[in-house]
Design a protein around this ligand. Sequence first.
Ligand code: ADP
Length: 619
Amino acid sequence: MSATPSTADLDVRSRAADDVERRSRFLISASAALSESLDYERTLQRVAELSVPDMADWCTVTVVDTNGRARRLAVVHADPAKRELAAEYKSKFPPTEHRSGHLLEVLRGGAASLSVHVTDEELVRAAQTEDHLRIMRGLGCASCVIVPMVVRGEILGVISLMRGEARAPYGPTDVETAEELAHRAALAIDNARLYREARRREGTMRFFAEASTLLSSSLDHVSICERLAHLVVPSFADWCGVELAEQGELRSIAIAHVESAKVAVAEEMRRRYPPDPAAARGPHGVLRTGRPELVADIAPEMLERGAVNAEHLRFLRDLGLRSVLIVPLVAGGRPIGVLNLVWAESERRYGPDDLEMMRELGRRAGLAVENARLYNEARAAVKLRDEFLSIASHELKTPLTSLRLKVDGILRVAAKADKGAIDVGKLATRVQGVDKQLSRLTELVDALLDVSRAASGQVQLRLEEVDLAAVAQAAAQRFKDDLASAGCSLSVVVAGPSGSKSPILGRWDRMRLDEVITNFLSNAIKYGAGKPIQIRVTASATTATIEVEDHGIGISPDDQGRLFERFARVVSPDHYGGFGLGLWIVKLLVEAMGGKVAVRSAVGAGSVFSAELPRQGKV
Ligand code: ADP
């Protein structure tokens, strides 16, 4: 054995040294490329480009995205003539569609794979289609190394290096180099993703800080909704609509659009084709279930299926819907409205992250809207109470003033009694006057008592068999004097199912029925302009109805809707007294007996107030 190395030995050693040098140069340049930017998609493409032709004839890079989907990021071939084939390979054969093959094993198992010699039979077995086989043969795959990109135990993707027949096949040292490259690439992906995540969180925090300031800077729920819509457009939507639930219906409160001209289109479409309240999906579905709805990709067929007719479809196409996210506005754990978000012209798509973020926004906005509403309701209630107190004191003051006068008169008459000259007739008239004012005061105080009982929901009923016609006749009798002084005539018409004379019986509370008729009748006298009044009592087998008709001042259609509300007065208090409570109490009483109240009226022509009651009492 010779102590000095032969030329052949030296040759091998120098080639090995060259090889080491080449590999380390390659790794250094790859590292430099990887650290160049935080756009890892671009840098991995660079790394693939750097790998050819030194390390491979062609190279592919596959990454697993944050949703767990494997996607081909780069396919690069050293031979410019094969670039088109490489592009075809990239677009036609997504990595997850490999039925077999080493790539999937590496992706799943995380261990590098070396195929020193890949035979044509192996290619045939790995190919998905004839086309696939043709392209693989064309690109040349005689030897192959596949290495995983792993960070903290997580497989982020794989790098595949392939050589054709003309090159020396891969050996274990190539695997080491490829592993080192994959390790560095994995670190770069990890860094970039952490950085993106940090940026996203920072953006989210900034967004919510801004949202909180904006949402809490108004106590008007409409302007809160407007601010909300403008807050999300354009960063989180091309188009945003805020809708609030009102009596089970959704009402559009605010719309913002990147293209302000489209707001009109959106509003017009909503007006002509309001969303179906019974629909399982869409805004009403979200309102009903409180669960958000995400349609990441709106295919053209979906628009066709969702359109009611050709015009509706035109609207939908005009608005260019691409991706939709609907989240509930939530307050006190219950949905009070919805936030509709749409990506249109910007071609962006909503994903699970957007859903979580907008859901949180929905919670914050819901709370702000509800707070504003409660605040305004409380303010309106206080205002109403103050108004009511001033009317009540005015109303109570009127009989008191007149009572004072009558009592003064009595005192004057009494003073004369000392001189033995008492006028009994005069005294009696004055005492009658006192009695009348006392009755009025009692009535007013009773009304106030009724209100406080009714407001606390304590309408106590004493149900018994009652003849509605008899109650109406008795009330008519009682009002004789008032009718006379108002100059009104009154007729009572009874029409039961079996003749006008028969009683109209039902299970009702006699006192409460009397209260209802008394209210209708005293209003008819008060607002009846001295014209004839008629009470009609009619009945079917199951219901009885009482109507009181006058031909007085009447009520405008706008005011008719609120007559039965508490403190509703549509006439000037200077002309007509009253608390504006009578009809509210009537409604409560009639509803407590299972019935309903109604009004038909025309200004200047008079009014018909009615109460329809089930004859069996409340069921
Ligand atoms: P009030 O004590 O003020 O009469 P009500 O609740 O009985 O209170 O009536 C509410 C309002 O409805 C009245 O203030 C009046 O404006 C209107 N109204 C009630 N009945 C009639 C009627 N028959 N004709 C015209 N307006 C009426």
